[in-house]
Design a protein around this ligand. Structure first.
Ligand code: OGA
Ligand code: NI
Length: 389
């Protein structure tokens, strides 16, 4: 991390929270995040299953950050009329100008779209989601074997960020790597339910292909050569990883969040939402839109690396997850990322004297340490990364 970036991040941290973990975190940033969480891990699922009447203080958001109560009570958001655009990938790839226009506008307006006719079999999508549902329903001891640490985040986890005393989100998750192959370690994947490794292997292969297709589409609608974005991601050496989110029922959903507002730090996120339970919300101007996903669709959103590479022509989207008291929710977020150790900066073709580069070069490995250290913080990382030169 260069000196200038260090200064920008420090400023952000003190300004926003006044929490002072700066010098420790700076050290951590330099030497990696270590093997230990700052506090003993509490599984949200265990809290949910202990039939508490309310949620522990650690999960209560300050009033200004709580979800809008009408949404929780009615399950019928007022903003339902605005929904995230649905793009038909197969028509798009066969040259449909309408679809091209739709996706292009979705990228500029929301940084979010849903994709149908994407080529991944619905049975595989279902099998993947249900395998993870079974995993989370295993007894605690079977899951604890895979307990993760902040050094790589791989495995079964219950927090994002290593700040002592932070307000936590109402979810448990599982994080695993697909690419590069050297990071794919099947021993870190669960062995139960019996078919999970096999199903997730196939799912990963399919989603990598979908990621490649989407990268080509985004590149061409930016007016670039089709391969350009993929090349900027490191060509054959892209990264891919997945976070499976498990949001247990919450006794006081109006006080907590399943996942706090954030933009994804990486490239392209391909989310398989729960087909029965809503929860994902996208910020659109001053409101939060609840995503009602189309059957068999993936929900795609652009991460910070796309905002950086496109020199802010496309914005990464800010999103969050709300919880409810009636149903648990399972989602699979697949992250198609740049190779982690190459510098990422605005693409030359998108930079002119009127549009100078907005972001200094930084590798994704360095960049993602912000969220891994400090947890979800809206779009503050990409905003503080703006170049001051
Ligand atoms: C994520 C995410 C949304 C969801 O994992 O980064 O935004 O619906 N998940 O679970
Ligand atoms: Ni996200």
């Amino acid at each position: 991390m260069n000196h200038q970036n260090e200064i920008m991040i420090k400023k952000e941290t003190t300004d926003k929270n006044g929490l002072n973990t700066l010098s420790d975190q700076d050290n951590d940033t330099k030497k990696g995040l270590g093997e230990k969480w700052p506090e003993p891990t509490v599984r949200v699922q265990s809290l949910a299953e202990s039939n508490l009447a309310t949620v522990p203080d650690r999960y209560i958001k300050p009033p200004s950050e709580r979800p809008d109560q009408t949404i929780i009570i009615n399950h019928q958001p007022k903003t339902a009329a605005i929904n995230i655009p649905v793009v038909d990938l197969s028509s798009l790839l066969s040259g449909s100008e309408d679809e091209k226009e739709r996706i292009s506008e979705a990228c500029r307006e929301f940084g979010f779209f849903q994709v149908i006719n994407h080529g991944v079999r619905p049975e595989l999508m279902e099998a993947a989601r249900e395998a993870w549902r079974s995993f989370f329903n295993l007894p605690v001891e079977a899951k604890e074997v895979y307990s993760n640490s902040p050094s790589t985040y791989e495995g079964y986890g219950s927090r994002l960020g290593v700040e002592k005393g932070a307000i936590l989100d109402w979810n448990d998750y599982y994080f695993l790597h697909y690419l590069p192959l050297v990071l794919k370690d099947l021993n870190k994947w669960p062995s139960l339910p019996f078919n999970i490794r096999e199903v997730m292997d196939e799912y990963g292969e399919e989603l990598v292909k979908l990621g490649e297709r989407l990268a080509r589409v985004l590149s061409s609608i930016l007016g670039l050569k089709e391969e350009q974005l993929q090349e900027a991601f490191g060509g054959e050496d892209v990264g891919a990883c997945m976070r499976v989110n498990y949001y247990p029922k919450c006794p006081r959903p109006e006080l907590a969040l399943g996942l706090s507002p954030h933009s994804d730090p990486g490239g392209i996120t391909i989310l398989l939402p729960d087909d029965k339970v809503v929860g994902l919300q996208v910020r659109y101007r001053d409101t939060w839109i609840t995503v009602n996903s189309h059957p068999h669709a993936f929900v795609v959103n652009l991460g910070d690396q796309i905002q950086i590479l496109s020199n802010s022509i496309y914005k990464s989207s800010e999103h969050r997850v709300i919880v409810n008291s009636q149903k648990e929710r399972v989602s699979l977020a697949f992250f198609y990322n740049p190779k982690s150790d190459i510098p990422i900066q605005p693409l030359q073709q998108l930079v002119t004297s009127n549009n100078p580069p907005l972001y200094p070069p930084m590798s994704f490995d360095e960049y993602r340490l912000f969220i891994r250290t400090q947890g979800p913080r809206g779009k503050s990382y990409v905003e503080s990364h703006i170049s001051s030169c």
